[in-house]
Design a protein. Structure first.
Length: 367
């Protein structure tokens, strides 16, 4: 049997360099011109050949992770597949981006973020982008693809936490959104000896004064937070923020916002660290937003949504290699302060220089 013409690194480096087309066909077209250059079938076979797990990602992430520090952040996103008719893994999922249910693949990621917020002292400018000024690492360590059959999102959540514990993580906090704030998940974090930081829905039942349970929206919560008994769990410290006061990451409301939308601007946070201050809560909320930055860069620069392979295994491996492409761009950003956009533009710039040295699209000579 002939050896494979391409391996996972060939495909990953293609994803790092590619600008708009992230297909196996384009990977073959972009390969070095050699006598035995790979055809698109070589890349298709690669996606079918690789084991559909996350171990390769962890092997690359482990050396740059300080497992005794930092945050573990878990969140999910929907990879848009609006025109997919026969692609496995594709079902209907809620999309925060679209504010509606859309066709796609639901990706859950466990992200490690370093504990120290190293940043430049300058405000971001045209020359110093926000990507440059933030030097805190975002390192994906594990992921799962959620389908409507099989494990639930919450089961995937707990499995990834168990795996992180087996790998020796001792995070400062485990951070996740209200979707994952069910009692079983909160107890899992506590049983692992960790502390959590999450949001709660406004109807969660708490007992603030050893009397009776009531919805969290019905109790007074001072700016410095309040220790309450969360029904079914135990004591937690809760905070209330209002984005209309500029306290959350959302923008100011529009003039025609309704009373209902104003209520949605109010958020409730909870932690089993009963000593947490409001300043610490604000810091964690800001740093937790890094998972949205990860989602945006993964989609915009690494082509995670763009594979049209039909099989579940090929889709899984394309997503896995897109995340590994993200890891390379992220570590380069950390080492050089060069943004994802600038890194990918620099690759194209070399091709433009080569073309300008010997342009082929020229007009006929008029002589």
């Amino acid at each position: 049997m002939n050896p494979p013409k391409v391996d996972d690194l060939d495909y990953i480096h293609f994803l790092v360099a590619a600008q708009k087309e992230f297909t196996c066909t384009e990977a073959a077209r972009s390969s070095p011109e050699e006598e035995d250059a790979p055809a698109h079938d070589a890349f298709t076979r690669l996606l079918q050949r690789q084991p559909p797990d996350t171990e390769a990602l962890w092997q690359e992430a482990e050396p740059v992770v300080d497992s005794d520090d930092g945050l573990l952040i878990l969140d999910d996103t929907t990879l848009d597949k609006p025109y997919a008719n026969e692609i496995e893994h594709v079902t209907w999922h809620w999309s925060g981006k679209h504010g509606d249910v859309v066709k796609g693949i639901n990706l859950l990621t466990l992200l490690w973020r370093s504990s120290s917020e190293e940043s430049t002292s300058e405000e971001p400018t045209e020359e110093t982008s926000p990507e440059k000024s933030s030097r805190e690492a975002h390192v994906p360590c594990d992921f799962r693809l959620y389908e409507k059959v099989g494990k639930t999102k919450n089961e995937h959540f707990r499995k990834m936490l168990d795996r992180a514990f087996e790998r020796g993580f001792e995070p400062e906090q485990v951070v996740f959104d209200s979707w994952y704030s069910g009692l079983e998940n909160l107890k899992k974090v506590r049983d692992l000896g960790w502390t959590f930081f999450t949001r709660l829905e406004k109807n969660r039942k708490v007992n603030p004064d050893d009397t009776y349970n009531r919805q969290i929206q019905e109790i007074e919560i001072p700016e410095e937070g309040r220790v309450v008994h969360l029904k079914g769990f135990g004591f937690v410290k809760v905070f209330r923020t209002d984005s209309t006061d500029g306290d959350a990451e959302d923008n100011q409301p529009e003039e025609n916002d309704t009373e209902e939308s104003e209520e949605e601007d109010i958020q409730y946070w909870a932690t089993n660290n009963l000593e947490m201050t409001e300043e610490k809560r604000e810091e964690l909320a800001r740093r937790a937003w890094g998972v949205e930055t990860y989602h945006r860069r993964l989609k915009q620069y690494c082509g995670v949504e763009d594979s049209q392979c039909r099989s579940a295994r090929a889709q899984h491996n394309h997503i896995q290699m897109s995340i590994r492409a993200f890891l390379r761009l992220e570590l380069h950003r950390m080492e050089t302060a060069i943004s994802f956009y600038e890194s990918k533009t620099a690759i194209i710039r070399e091709a433009i220089r080569a073309y300008l040295a010997d342009p082929t699209h020229v007009l006929p000579s008029s002589a």
